[in-house]
Design a protein around this ligand. Structure first.
Ligand code: NAD
Length: 258
């Protein structure tokens, strides 16, 4: 069987860790040439080297997605290295969980800047050349927090609801010009970010067991399970799928109560 992303180029943000790095590894195995964008330059470089070691082509580009100028510069570098960008995956994100009334303005901005505006900055930077080519697929990594509210996680869900809105709005805006924009909403996925959350709990193992027990499938998701959905949505196999969101949460968000 031919690789599913043969002759495709992809820019993946948040590529240095967790879900982003699982997507990068899978896209590389499926034949895509990659630009790995991350604020953590050393980790993105390490992944590019790892991929080069297995015969794949990937360049690391450093940028903070919350900064428009940074993104423009990094995307220009990525385009120069790859020739063009067919696929954008917006994976960069951070957990900002605060008490609403003691939330600082800086943290409100940080949350929206990285988790919502970051995806817009990257889409804004790649869309002109995608429109010129009449071809492009964007996949935003949203969250179950973009659908449902878990108390104690404010203001992260505000940004993730916005990211699903951005997906729908941009998807329709350019649908007639060869561009598709979709999002994926993972539930709890075992990544370094999730691990940091467990470690912040008084009893990390108890919290891990509690979280798994909450899920109908009684286990936490893996980054690869999200990567396979991103692969499908980013490929031509999904060419009639646009402006929609795919929940990957083991069914949890459909549960009313046990
Ligand atoms: P992670 O912390 O393992 O990886 C996130 C990556 O994004 C890191 O490499 C980090 O350096 C990069 N990053 C952070 N801020 C950045 C910035 N300003 N500019 C550029 N890069 C930046 O996290 P993860 O769990 O793999 O999360 C990836 C995405 O999936 C995020 O958008 C997150 O909100 C979303 N998500 C995660 C889960 C989960 O349970 N892990 C669930 C739902 C959604």
């Amino acid at each position: 069987m031919r690789p599913r992303l043969e002759n495709k180029t992809a820019l993946i943000t948040g590529a240095a860790s967790g879900i982003g790095s699982a997507i990068a590894r899978l896209f590389a195995r499926e034949g895509a040439v990659l630009a790995l964008l991350d604020v953590d330059a050393a980790a993105a470089d390490a992944l590019a080297c790892e991929l080069a070691g297995t015969g794949h082509h990937a360049v690391a580009v450093q940028a903070d997605v919350s900064k428009a100028d940074d993104v423009q510069r990094a995307v220009a570098h990525a385009k120069q290295a790859l020739g063009r960008i067919d696929i954008l995956v917006n994976g960069a994100g951070i957990n900002v969980f605060r008490d609403p009334l003691s939330l600082s303005d800086a943290d409100w901005q940080l949350n929206l800047g990285v988790n919502l505006q970051g995806a817009w900055h990257c889409a804004h930077a790649v869309l002109p050349s995608m429109l010129e080519a009449g071809y492009g697929h964007i996949v935003n990594i949203a969250s179950v927090h973009g659908h449902k509210i878990i108390p104690g996680c404010f203001p992260y869900p505000v940004a993730k609801h916005g990211l699903i809105g951005l997906t729908r709005a941009l998807g329709l805006e350019y649908a007639a010009r060869g561009i598709r924009v979709n999002s994926i909403s993972p539930g709890l996925i075992l990544t370094p970010a999730a691990e940091r959350y467990f470690q912040s709990c008084p009893d990390p193992d108890a919290e891990r067991r509690r979280q798994a027990e909450l899920l109908p499938c009684k286990r936490i998701g893996t980054p690869d399970e999200v990567a396979y959905a991103a692969l499908f949505l980013a490929s031509d196999e999904a060419r009639f799928i646009n402006a929609t969101d795919l929940l990957i949460d083991g069914g949890r968000s459909q549960l009313y109560h046990d």
